[in-house]
Unconditional design. Structure first.
Ligand code: SF4
Length: 275
């Protein structure tokens, strides 16, 4: 058994390979790890690269693909890329859920028959409190988008990011996501991570690399330890959790990941529930 196969089998390495399709976003959330916004550098990964690396990931034994950014649905051909990726491995897409107007819903309708799930951010059961952190109309757009996506047959998860573990409003938020058609098993709750804009704004919990579940993450700038690693602060990419500038062949960053994994202290499991 190879070191990679062993790491995947004993789950010391996550089975999902993440791709940052882009870094720009239509929102400017106050805790954004990547300082994303409408005017930042796009840093896009092109469609052919993502597809090639996803096929390599499957051949190496990985079991899932994750897509994140930035807001992935700002990438022009994302629906077509997702359809192709789903033919390789199951796909999870992280999205702010604000772009699903009729035209985009029509384009992604075929994904209802594909193995593609969307994870949509929703932080608070009250529109005002939610939108203070994430932007105007965010709440309304999300609560409209979720039932529309489910009606297309597309699986939806809700991700809630909390400041300092403040869970007082969680019961009402859970009532809301259930009313939208998303069950408790598809609700992810995690703390704000003190990187990117959250660090500038003095928010969130500090995490060492040992606190972040290892999941190989590919960006236009290289391969990283976790999808929470290729963060941006003051306009500059953080490279403290960079594994390799080279991403092709995928075996190169995989080898770097295995080297770091093998140097971790015994029993050093992630502790902050950051997913
Ligand atoms: S947290 Fe997500 S939705 Fe908010 S600005 Fe960053 S990338 Fe965009």
């Amino acid at each position: 058994m190879t070191a990679l196969a062993t790491a995947l089998a004993d789950e010391s390495l996550g089975g999902r390979v993440w791709f940052y399709t882009n870094y720009h976003c239509n929102l400017t959330c106050s805790y954004c790890l990547t300082e994303s916004g409408p005017k930042v550098a796009r840093r896009e990964l092109d469609r052919a690269t993502v597809l090639d690396l996803a096929r390599e990931a499957k051949d190496l034994g990985f079991s899932q693909i994750g897509i994140t950014g930035g807001e992935p649905f700002l990438v022009t051909d994302l629906p077509e890329l997702l359809a192709e990726l789903a033919g390789v491995l199951p796909v999870l897409v992280l999205t702010n859920g604000t772009l699903f107007q009729r035209a985009l819903l029509d384009r992604i309708a075929p994904l209802g028959d594909a193995d593609v799930s969307l994870q949509i951010s929703l932080d608070h059961p009250d529109p005002v409190a939610n939108d203070v952190m994430r932007g105007p109309e965010n709440f309304r757009k999300v609560v409209e988008a979720v039932p529309a996506l489910l009606a297309l047959g597309i699986a939806v998860r809700i991700a809630t990011t909390l400041e300092d573990g403040d869970a007082d409003d969680l019961p009402r938020l859970c009532i809301l996501h259930r009313s939208l058609g998303v069950g408790d098993e598809d609700h992810v709750v995690r703390p704000i991570l003190r990187r990117g804009r959250a660090e500038t704004g003095d928010m969130g919990v500090r995490a060492r690399y040992l606190d972040l579940p290892p999941e190989l993450t590919i960006t236009a700038d290289g391969a990283f330890w976790s999808p929470f690693a290729p963060t941006v602060r003051g306009g500059s990419l953080d490279t403290d959790l960079l594994l390799s500038r080279t991403v092709r062949p995928l075996q190169r960053p995989v080898d770097a990941m295995i080297t770091v994994l093998s140097g971790r202290p015994e029993g050093a499991d992630s502790t902050l529930n950051i997913r």
